[in-house]
Design a protein around this ligand. Structure first.
Ligand code: PAF
Length: 282
């Protein structure tokens, strides 16, 4: 596996790869890799000839400086894990490589960004779009892989790719969970033993709530989920929205559209976890 830090080295290697007619798959990450990331790499390996993974903790997408500071970092471990899944190239740039000067671009995502993560983390998606658009420019991939745990991020990146006329195909991949149901996240390592023990309540409540779709109104089900999770010590739901899976706008009735998703953000002590469940997809 190549390990590359600078954009110029990256581009010279990828030029040769493209000249050989190989399809490039790209998995952008912020490191602290887990099985969820590795599943993206495996899918990329299955579908493409050459797989690039970037590891860059992007300061522009953190609205909370404490969250940025505490974001777990371990590039040696990441590199070892990537070798196990036969990643071809690890791109681990420094801040000066990605942002040689300040990125002042302002993206417009309309209603997609005024809800959920966009509402509670102002500027977050602008920062995501800034870094992902740069990484797409540098890697020029055929396909890029994103996990559906970040449901809204996938919608934003699809929109960004359309706005910028990127030729890259955005591949949305399923959430990978621990055996007890907890959605895999780099933030899970920050949970205390007690918090980790209780954390599966989020997924369990979401999964159980699927059985209530025919019995409760949208509003009742929403209140029920929030109430159940808030009962757990140190758990505080920041939002739970039941939305149209395409527009991300809240729905009032189960009949409102054909694709309905419940998206949640929960503070577990100081650690913020997100997850989602599909209620309806036709
Ligand atoms: O999902 C993430 O890890 C990040 O938001 C991404 C897409 C790598 C951009 O920094």
């Amino acid at each position: 596996m190549y390990k590359i830090k600078t954009v110029s080295e990256l581009q010279s290697v990828l030029k040769q790869v493209q000249n050989q007619g190989k399809q490039i798959g790209f998995v952008p990450t912020m490191g602290a890799l887990h099985e969820g990331h590795l599943s993206l790499v495996k899918q990329a390996k299955d579908e493409c000839d050459y797989v690039v993974v970037s590891v860059f903790v992007n300061p522009n997408q953190f609205n909370d400086p404490k969250d940025l500071e505490k974001y777990p970092r371990d590039i040696d471990r990441d590199s070892e894990l990537l070798s196990t899944v036969h990643c071809d190239l690890l791109f681990a740039p420094g801040i000066e490589d990605i942002y040689p000067e300040e990125d002042t671009r302002k993206f417009e995502f309309g209603a997609l960004e005024t809800v959920m993560e966009g509402r509670y983390r102002p500027g977050h998606f602008n920062g995501v779009a800034q870094v992902v658009s740069r990484l797409f420019d540098y890697c020029n991939p055929d396909k890029a892989y994103f996990g559906l745990k970040d449901f809204q991020q996938v919608a934003i990146i699809q929109d960004m790719a359309e706005q910028l006329n990127c030729t890259v195909e955005i591949i949305a991949c399923p959430i990978i969970r621990e055996d007890d149901g907890l959605a895999m996240s780099s933030r899970n390592v920050r949970l205390t033993q007690e918090q980790r023990k209780n954390a599966p309540v989020i997924a369990k409540t979401l999964f159980d709530s699927c059985n209530f779709v025919s019995k409760m109104s949208v509003e009742e089900l929403r209140n029920h989920v929030m109430h159940e999770i808030n009962l757990t010590d140190e758990f505080k739901v920041e939002y739970f929205e039941i939305v149209d899976g395409k527009t991300l706008q809240g729905v009032d009735n189960w009949e409102d559209c054909n694709y309905i998703v419940g998206c949640i953000a929960v503070f577990v002590g100081e650690v913020r976890l997100i997850d989602n469940v599909i209620y309806k997809k036709r």
